[in-house]
Design a protein around this ligand. Structure first.
Ligand code: IDP
Length: 137
């Protein structure tokens, strides 16, 4: 069953020039790019994207980080794309949870600046794709 997921290569990934490395891992896994955009996100879209974390203590810092510079937003497609990309990404904490071999496990050290985002459910994917790519059918 083909599925779509919203992937972000966060501003730390663009700043550290690992965009190609991350996209290469997505493609090598067998997933396909459906849409891809380099953009600096507005405060409004950032708040919408991370709405579920609005009450968390790290929310203001997370907003500042995600709006701090250009990021890459992509729609990625394939069989079980949501779980497949989250497996490629590794756990949220790049040291305690993400294992070597994953994007975060190989390239990140901080929980906030953990390089990538991937939707966590079909409902989130649908909501996030509509938020980031409103024109995409
Ligand atoms: P996920 O990105 O692995 O799905 P979530 O729990 O949904 O993780 O958190 C969203 C993002 O918020 C994380 O990727 C990370 O950038 C940031 N974040 C999560 N927990 C913390 C924290 O405890 N401190 C700072 N930032 C955090």
């Amino acid at each position: 069953m083909t599925e779509r997921t919203l992937v972000l290569i966060k501003p730390d990934g663009v700043a550290r020039a690992v965009v190609g490395e991350i996209i290469s891992r997505i493609e090598r896994k067998g997933l396909s790019l459906v849409a891809l955009q380099l953009t600096t996100v507005s405060d409004e879209v950032a708040r919408g994207h991370y709405a579920e974390h609005a009450e968390k203590p790290f929310f203001p810092s997370l907003l500042e980080f995600i709006t701090s510079g250009p990021l890459v937003a992509a729609v990625v497609e394939g069989p079980r794309a949501i779980a497949a990309f989250r497996q490629l990404a590794g756990g949220t904490d790049p040291v305690e949870k993400a294992v070597p071999g994953t994007i975060r496990g190989d390239f990140a050290l901080e929980t906030q600046n953990n390089l990538v985002h991937g939707s966590d459910s079909p409902e989130s994917a649908e909501r996030e794709i509509a938020l980031w790519f409103p024109g995409l059918s």
